[in-house]
Design a protein around this ligand. Sequence first.
Ligand SMILES: Cc1cc2nc3c(=O)[nH]c(=O)nc-3n(C[C@H](O)[C@H](O)[C@H](O)COP(=O)(O)OP(=O)(O)OC[C@H]3O[C@@H](n4cnc5c(N)ncnc54)[C@H](O)[C@@H]3O)c2cc1C
Length: 389
Amino acid sequence: MSETADVLVVGGGPVGGTLALGLAGSGLRVQVLEARSQPETGADPRAIALSEGSRIILQRLGVWENLAPHATAIRTIHITQKKRFGRTVLRSEEMGRTELGYVVGFAELAASIDARLQAVGIEVMRGAQANSLQPGNDGCRVGYEKNGSEHTVEASLAVVADGGRSLDSVPGLSRNIREYGQSAVVAMVQAEQAHGGVAYERFTSNGPVALLPWGVRGFALVWTVAPEAAERLVALNETDFLQELHAHFGDRVGHFTSVSGRAAYPLKLARMQPNTAPHLAVIGNAAQTLHPVAGQGFNLGLRDAWELANVIRSYSPQELGGDKMLAEYVATRRPDTEGGMFFTDFLVRTFSNDWPALGHVRGAALAALDLCNPARQFVVRKMSLGAKG
Ligand SMILES: Cc1cc2nc3c(=O)[nH]c(=O)nc-3n(C[C@H](O)[C@H](O)[C@H](O)COP(=O)(O)OP(=O)(O)OC[C@H]3O[C@@H](n4cnc5c(N)ncnc54)[C@H](O)[C@@H]3O)c2cc1C
């Protein structure tokens, strides 16, 4: 016999978990399927830059309280391009804020969301791998496997938040993918000088390199390179790696003294279109996967989850997954999603090449931005709050 749910969330990662939290206390029967049998333990070394808008959402959901002790504040963002003139510095005090954003470990973020789900009594079914989706006129039928046996759930609304990892063939939906031909090498590095809350973004012809403040003297590194170079950098001994990073990044924080947790991620731009089918919606990385250059991916996914929870709450259980409800969700999210994707892709394309003429235009744009406070405020607002900023 099949199980039933008002809302079935496929994927208990940070975005799926946030959606479930957004539905806590709604009276709806919410079920979360998570393929991994154990909670995130720290195996994923990436750090996530959270915008102020995301912090507010996490606070409203009761997650921030647990996460705040693990967060490092970003007070200044320093943007330059290698071997070219032009730079922009965004400072929190100029924006009338104490922080521009925060850096948190992926593992701490996931653990804080999990702890909150437990506290509000939402169960995440672990070791449950969804393997089929059948959107239909009366609901969505989801098949999953747990402990070697097959199960089905009839859901009024199924929400796919699987990170785009597994359920590629959703009837009626297709995913457009553009490989960037780049990989991100992530690591934690320590430097001679304390970071002072400064995040560095340096554009080079191979791709951007970002150093996000971490702890007291540390940085979370996101270094974009060609895939072959990523493999080589991950395999290098510590001394050679730190020397190459110093040569590439320059001397702004002195020499780098140690590195840990190196890993490489292939980068692509992917978008599910459309992102809804009858009684089914796709959110987070499953709906759009972005280059990490502007640190927008999770922030965008979090807003997907938050807005979808709000839309769901405004409909009766009988109306869930219907055309009207889904159309409202799509209309609410479109400007933010398209803006975030365009902005990120524009940065990658414009700043990751060696055309001399473009180098001058980029330099002039960075210098102009540095001189124009309202323009800087506009950029920060959009990065913090998305289209509603
Ligand atoms: C190097 C790097 C740096 C980044 N930096 C930033 C940043 O600074 N700021 C930012 O905002 N974003 C950043 N991102 C993007 C961010 O990591 C993602 O947007 C975010 O993790 C997406 O969350 P998600 O919940 O949608 O997907 P995921 O984190 O992939 O979670 C999906 C979950 O679904 C589960 N699952 C998968 N398939 C199934 C199935 N069939 N059944 C059940 N469960 C399933 C998985 O086990 C997983 O737990 C970065 C990404 C990379 C690669």
